[in-house]
Write a protein that binds this ligand. Structure first.
Ligand code: ASP
Length: 439
């Protein structure tokens, strides 16, 4: 997942974008050349295009998606368990720890809400005609049928709550649609570990740390296949559905990027003003290196040393506060990721024509917050979890094809609010503790 140019000269993001362009151009060209008009009889040439698209190209795209799914259970479980278990030290820090968590939860929730509001207002997923929307729905219906029926039934509040608690954890982990149960179990087990003597849980913690690290590495390998996977998925979509699909991709991109830019420039800037007393000019002067690092690495983890240095050297935050907030923030506090998840899930639900009930939208908010906490702070870290949220609300994960091709730029951009939110949190805490920030 290195964003630096590879030996062959092209960086991974460039290759993924090329994958999108090659897949889409070939798909659109074949569609324009051979697709019969709506209701027309298919020619032999068109049938062979379909045979290639469905029988050869799609399985490769699906393989890429399965590889993403493969790491979900271990990453979600280990990351959430370790996150909560790590809070043991937060407890010791008393109000500082409490305020940090409050900041994380409040800003993350606000970011998701902003994301889903943008999609509800601008409706980027409805940018195509109803006929095309219906075609898309039909195409992706496939084996997701059962889940859609499950997701479309607006469940009562009580039932939704009851469903969060799994009767069988292994069953919940084995069923993509029930990952909420796994999340719940990981949180509870993490909480139990805080109450248990550290030497009794050391082995489990070390084991889960290893699992987490290995899965992040595997995810890195999977992302190396992204250019090919994306090309296959988008080829399949455009060959069958034509150029309209690309219109959707464009609208999605504008909404997601617009939302992230607004969140950074308006929300984070305001938070810096209100909670840290910094003017926008002063704030961004101190953040330049941080922003460039986050954008270019696309990874909160990789940026963490810079986030700490920015807080201490540029703004005068004491080392203890920066050293406490940033490591937690890099793994748990991802405002940009949460906004992106909200936008993506609602957009794809719109594309799919699934009208989410209020309860389901709240479920999206809750899951986006939790999965933003559970996502690894590495490039594309939230993608496997996004696939899970989609499945949870009955939208086929295959639709991810529509957003993956442009994800790298969105990923680079969402990493900026991910880290600047941590920074402002540390500035706020330092100020509250009576430290004077550098002017
Ligand atoms: N790239 C993000 C980060 O490291 C995670 C993600 O949204 O995929 O903060």
């Amino acid at each position: 997942m290195d964003s630096s140019p590879s030996a062959r000269g092209l960086s991974l993001p460039t290759k993924i974008l090329l994958g999108l362009l090659v897949g889409a151009a070939t798909g659109v060209a074949l569609n324009l050349a051979y697709a019969p008009p709506l209701g027309g009889a298919p020619t032999a040439a068109w049938q062979s295009v379909l045979w290639w698209a469905d029988g050869v190209v799609k399985p490769f795209g699906d393989l890429f998606l399965s590889l993403l799914f493969m790491v979900v259970v271990p990453i979600v479980f280990s990351s959430l368990f370790l996150g909560v278990a790590g809070l043991g030290s937060v407890q010791k820090l008393g109000s500082l720890g409490g305020r940090t968590l409050l900041w994380f939860l409040a800003t993350t929730t606000f970011a998701v809400l902003l994301g889903i509001t943008l999609v509800a207002v601008f409706e980027p997923g409805k940018a195509v005609s109803p006929e095309v929307a219906e075609q898309i729905k039909q195409q992706y219906l496939g084996d997701a049928q059962a889940r859609i029926a499950q997701g479309a039934q607006a469940k009562g509040w009580m039932q939704m709550l009851v469903d969060i608690v799994p009767r069988n954890v292994v069953g919940a982990a084995a069923d993509n649609g029930k990952v909420l149960g796994l999340i719940f179990f990981a949180l509870i087990l993490g909480a139990a570990s805080i109450r248990t003597a550290p030497e009794r849980t050391r082995v489990l913690r070390e084991l889960l740390e290893s699992i987490y690290e290995l899965c992040v590495r595997v995810l890195g390998w999977v992302m190396q296949l992204a250019p090919f996977g994306v090309a296959c998925l988008i080829f399949h979509a455009t060959a069958k559905l034509g150029i309209d699909v690309m219109k959707l991709v464009g609208f999605y991109f504008l909404t997601a990027m617009g939302g992230l830019v607004v969140y950074q420039l308006v929300v984070i800037t305001l938070l810096a003003k209100v909670f840290a007393g910094l003017s926008p000019g002063r704030f961004y002067r101190g953040c330049r290196t941080l922003i460039v690092t986050a954008f270019s690495t696309s990874s909160s983890n990789a940026t963490m040393p810079t986030t700490i240095r920015t807080a201490t050297d540029e703004f005068g935050v004491p080392k203890e506060i920066a050293g406490f907030v940033m490591p937690l923030g890099a793994t748990m506090n991802m405002n940009g990721t949460a906004l992106f998840e909200g936008v993506s899930v609602l957009f794809l639900a719109q594309v799919y024509g699934a009208d989410l009930s209020l309860g389901q939208q709240l479920l999206v908010v809750g899951m986006a917050v939790l999965t933003a906490i559970g996502a690894a702070g590495v490039p594309g870290g939230s993608l496997p979890l996004l696939a899970v949220v989609l499945t949870q609300v009955g939208v086929p994960a295959e639709l991810l094809a529509l957003i993956l091709g442009v994800d790298r730029l969105v990923d680079m951009t969402r990493t900026i609010p991910n880290v600047t939110s941590d920074l402002v949190c540390s500035l706020w805490l330092a100020r509250r503790e009576g430290h004077v920030l550098k002017a």
